[in-house]
Design a protein around this ligand. Structure first.
Ligand SMILES: Cc1ncc(COP(=O)(O)O)c(C=O)c1O
Length: 250
């Protein structure tokens, strides 16, 4: 099949038309639970030996189409949909930090994210250091052994400025930490932040067991959303909170 453009992907990626009815629109599956074929099937699903639906908070076929679509638009391996931008950012950062850890963030953030970083995350024992978004050296200087991520918006809201992503990616790369990006204003169609070479080049850090962040130590592959691979959720080198596109979808 010819390579699909972004317009086609944004309408059709992640969906197969219903083979029985031919229905074009994505069905809304209003279920919380799923029927297991047997106790063995259930056991395999819960043990993550087999992919499939277990419970809607974890995976839902409607949400899965959206997740696959966003991954296709953004050029990512997978996606996780949540109910708001702040949820996406919170999920991304809580999963790679723990009490006492630090995040170095650009200072040109959307107001809601600034409040989250300045007021809420400190209550959870995470310190966010804000640095001049236009000065990559300031990011570098702010990194300490406790830093677990660099954070920036692709296109800052409301300033609409664009940080030097190659420089920031290299700084994160050299420090062995993920570069977490909020691509709300870009939403893939403007700037494919996951697939841009600067992001996909960032490797997993080779930290020692003593200092390794939790995800570096984990070798297991977490539950995959239906049909998608599990690697994205275990692959913080490509973390992205595509917030606007997640809002209001659940
Ligand atoms: C950069 C950025 N991130 C996130 C959001 C949305 O976050 P939330 O869905 O939590 O309101 C916005 C909304 O304008 C935004 O501009």
């Amino acid at each position: 099949m010819a390579k699909q453009g972004l317009s086609t992907l944004s309408l059709h990626a992640g969906q197969k038309a219903d083979p029985t009815t031919g229905a074009r629109a994505v069905p809304i599956y209003q279920t919380t639970s799923y029927v297991f074929k047997s106790t063995e099937h259930a056991a395999n699903l819960f043990a993550l030996k087999e992919f499939g639906n277990i419970y809607t908070r974890l995976m839902n076929p409607t949400t899965d189409v959206f997740e696959q679509r966003i991954a296709a638009i953004e050029g990512g391996t997978g996606a996780l949909a949540v109910a708001s931008g702040q949820s996406a950012i919170t999920y991304a950062l809580l999963s790679i930090t723990r009490l006492g850890d630090e995040i170095v963030s650009a200072n040109n953030l959307y107001g809601g994210t600034y409040q989250l970083f300045n007021n809420t995350l400190p209550k959870l024992g995470r310190t966010v250091k804000f640095v001049d978004s236009g000065n990559p050296d300031a990011f570098k200087r702010a990194i300490t052994p406790k830093t677990r991520a660099i954070y920036a918006e692709t296109i800052g809201n409301p300033k609409l400025d664009v940080p030097d992503f190659e420089a920031l990616a290299k700084i994160a790369h050299d420090a062995g930490i993920p570069f977490v990006v909020d691509n709300t204003v870009g939403v893939g169609l403007v700037k494919r932040s996951i697939s841009a070479p600067i992001f996909s080049r960032i490797p997993r850090p080779s930290t020692s067991a003593a200092t390794a962040p939790r995800w570096a130590a984990s070798s297991s592959t977490p539950a995959a959303s239906n049909g998608t691979t599990g690697s994205f959720r275990n692959s913080p080198s490509r973390i992205q909170a595509t917030t606007a596109s997640c809002t209001g979808t659940r």
